[in-house]
Design a protein around this ligand. Structure first.
Ligand SMILES: N[C@@H](CCC(=O)N[C@@H](CS)C(=O)NCC(=O)O)C(=O)O
Length: 204
């Protein structure tokens, strides 16, 4: 049995989205983004830093959303979402799975700057720098997607799941209107039922 430790809206959304895309059974342990919960000894015994995502499968624990994507595809994919070691697109698949974190770290920094750090301690310089670096990271996607609908020429894969979450995160802080190709791509991803089942419902 698979168990996913998840905080709504966080990077564990990637693993949840992928599990929905795979269509396999799993148990979801939903936690609040609350350090009392994430640093509780019971959770630290599962993830030593108290972060999400964390996945337990048949008694084996794995963290890091890139590693979880590789693991799930290698074990449970029927050829739609993963690109195995002998696949010609393997190198690109790996690259984009992990590029997702290059994009997300800037979004995560903006979360800290605009939500977690008290207002008087926020840094306009860091906010500006992280916003600029996020835009540059999305610009790379915008250029890459000019001649294709998904990151890989062969079509949708787990790489789109991981990168799609990073755009979802960044989109909450910045306008990406300057990158229409990346936005059309994001619109395509947002239409997927597995995405909609994985992100918090918008209120109102
Ligand atoms: N590189 C890791 C990042 C994991 C991570 O930092 N997750 C955040 C949520 S988006 C977290 O658990 N934060 C809680 C904390 O920093 O204490 C991954 O991709 O899984």
């Amino acid at each position: 049995m698979i168990t996913l430790y998840h905080v709504p809206g966080s990077r564990s959304t990637r693993s949840l989205w992928l599990l929905h895309e795979l269509g396999i059974e799993f148990e979801l342990v939903e936690m609040a983004f609350d350090l009392k919960v994430l640093r509780a000894p019971e959770y630290l015994a599962i993830h030593p830093l108290g972060r999400v995502p964390c996945l337990v499968d048949d008694g084996q624990t794995i963290f890091e959303s890139g590693a979880i994507a590789q693991y799930l595809c290698e074990k449970y994919d029927d050829g739609r979402l993963g690109r195995g070691p002998s696949h010609p697109e393997r190198y690109e698949w790996l690259q984009w799975i992990h590029y997702a974190e290059t994009v997300a770290v800037h979004g995560a920094s903006l979360v800290q700057q605009s939500v977690f750090i008290p207002e008087e301690q926020r840094s306009p310089i860091i906010q500006k720098l992280e916003s600029r670096r996020l835009e540059k990271a999305v610009e790379v996607l915008d250029n890459h997607l000019k001649d294709r609908d998904y990151l890989l020429a062969s079509g949708f894969s787990a790489a789109d799941v991981n990168v799609g979450y990073s755009i979802y995160l960044g989109d909450q802080f910045l306008s990406f209107d300057a990158f229409p190709t990346a936005m059309q791509y994001y619109d395509r991803l947002r239409e997927r039922p597995a995405f909609q089942a994985s992100v918090p419902k918008k209120e109102g």
